[in-house]
Design a protein around this ligand. Structure first.
Ligand SMILES: Cc1cc2nc3c(=O)[nH]c(=O)nc-3n(C[C@H](O)[C@H](O)[C@H](O)COP(=O)(O)OP(=O)(O)OC[C@H]3O[C@@H](n4cnc5c(N)ncnc54)[C@H](O)[C@@H]3O)c2cc1C
Length: 426
């Protein structure tokens, strides 16, 4: 069972009245990618999550190796995977990819990411929703008073970035002119949330037993899951075995247990979640949305880590232009929204395939997978797929920002109830 490391008792002081330049809600792939992009900008960045950084993973944690390398996250890799094997009831094919996947350790990856976040502060807090900005008492916002427990850190934000947006958490109300919802599919800061199973969401469940393997295995079998697929991701000394269904009403626990049985591994250490398969507006009510909260998870593959990085970086760059270059917030919202929307076609193609593949007669699908196995087709199709969110997008950050330098300011501001990116580097 996961142990919650969230600050308790005296360490869990109120954050009420905390005011900053950028408030990033969610400290997973998307949220940390946003904060990382702001390192060294001089912006007061506060990151909140209901769990400690890296505490609770909800994925098989496999991403394209070139992305992990480009982001300086190679240290979290536990296994590189060069081949994918696709199996149907009528046969199997093995593809050698033009690039590799790597499975990684979630906790280590998140910590490495946070180390790159410069002066960003981190607090554990559950985000409950948005406070109507008009109802916030301006005397309280940014005051750091009323037993906030954050005196000295909750100073006023930088003027001129826009009207503050107030966000209610279980530790009080925090506000910032620039707010990012990277909270996953629930889109907590949006006007209307999704309610599964009646929502464009897929569901996934996996187990993490001891085991070994070399390939990323994918099974497309209606007997296991009617519309979806099953997987086995090798990760050092364990395998991550799971089932995903594109039909949100379809349960996947039985199929996951059946697959584990077939592979002779223990169905233990469960984890599961919903993940979106449709793009949503990337901005709403002056709030930025990145990662699953904006539907930035590829349909068909259910791959959402790379895209959370990609759109998180894009969002962070727009925010940086606001704090550093005086770009108006409205312009940043427009530009980020347009950037996200410019990927509509790729997401629509993937959604079309997500509908087509389960509808194909299994024998036809097997023939199609075989036909696609020619190396030039594998290279072209997987090359196209990687290019929809290419790793070069992250590389330019390393060259231009010099993130390794940031962090000293945060160390001087840190206290018992604050975690700073600098303290992770220590
Ligand atoms: C079983 C499964 C396996 C998967 N495997 C892969 C894979 O191998 N590769 C891949 O690319 N994708 C995979 N995915 C999809 C991938 O996990 C998501 O697309 C990805 O995690 C999205 O990243 P994110 O940062 O947007 O959101 P999340 O990773 O969901 O992070 C959201 C963060 O917000 C926090 N949070 C949520 N609500 C609140 C709140 N109210 N208050 C405070 N904090 C809150 C959470 O604690 C979390 O830290 C998988 C999904 C599932 C379900």
């Amino acid at each position: 069972m996961t142990v919650r490391a969230t600050a308790r008792g005296r360490a869990r002081t109120s954050l009420d009245g905390t005011r900053c330049d950028v408030l990033v809600c969610g400290a997973s792939f998307a949220g940390l990618a946003v904060a990382r992009e702001l390192a060294g900008s001089g912006a007061r960045v506060v990151v909140v999550d209901r769990y400690e950084i890296g505490e609770r993973a909800t994925s098989a944690c496999a991403a394209p190796t070139p992305w992990l390398t480009a982001m300086g996250l190679s240290g979290a890799i536990v296994q590189e995977i060069r081949h994918m094997r696709f199996a149907t009831p009528h046969g199997a094919v093995r593809y050698r990819l033009p690039w590799s996947w790597s499975s990684f350790d979630y906790r280590r990856l998140c910590r490495l990411l946070f180390e790159q976040c410069g002066d960003a502060e981190f607090h554990t807090a559950k985000v409950e929703g948005r406070v109507d900005a008009g109802r916030v008492d301006p005397g309280r916002v940014g005051s750091g008073q009323a037993g906030s427990g954050v005196e000295g850190r909750a100073g006023p934000g930088r003027p001129g970035l826009g009207e503050p947006i107030a966000v209610r958490t279980d530790r009080g109300t925090l506000s910032a002119p620039l707010v990012v919802d990277a909270l996953g599919w629930r889109r907590v800061l949006g006007a209307d949330g999704y309610q599964p199973p009646r929502a464009p969401l897929s569901r996934g469940l996996e187990v993490h037993p001891v085991g070994a393997g070399e390939d990323l295995d994918v099974w497309i079998e209606r007997g296991l899951v009617r519309r979806g697929y099953a997987w086995r991701v090798p990760a050092g000394g364990e395998v991550r075995v799971g089932v995903g269904s594109y039909a949100p009403a379809e349960h996947v626990r039985e199929a996951t247990v059946a697959l584990a049985g077939r592979l002779a591994v223990e169905p233990e250490r469960y984890q599961g979640n919903w993940f979106p398969h449709r793009l949503r507006a990337a901005t709403e009510g002056s709030v930025f949305f990145a990662g699953d909260s904006a539907g930035h998870c590829f349909p068909l593959s259910g791959e959402g880590i790379r895209t959370a990085f990609y759109f998180g970086i894009a969002c962070g760059r727009e925010l940086r232009a606001v704090v550093e270059d005086g770009q108006p917030r409205e312009r940043a919202l427009e530009r980020y929204d347009a950037f996200s929307a410019s990927h509509r076609r790729a997401f629509a193609v993937a959604l079309g395939l997500q509908r087509l593949v389960p509808a194909l007669p299994p024998r036809v699908l097997t023939l199609a997978l075989r036909a696609m196995g020619r190396q030039w087709i594998v290279d072209r199709s997987f090359g196209w797929y990687l290019r929809q969110a290419p790793p070069s997008f992250a590389e330019s950050h390393l060259q231009s920002r010099g993130w390794r330098r940031g962090g000293t300011k945060a160390a001087s501001r840190s206290s018992s109830s604050t975690t700073s990116a600098a303290s992770y580097r220590a």
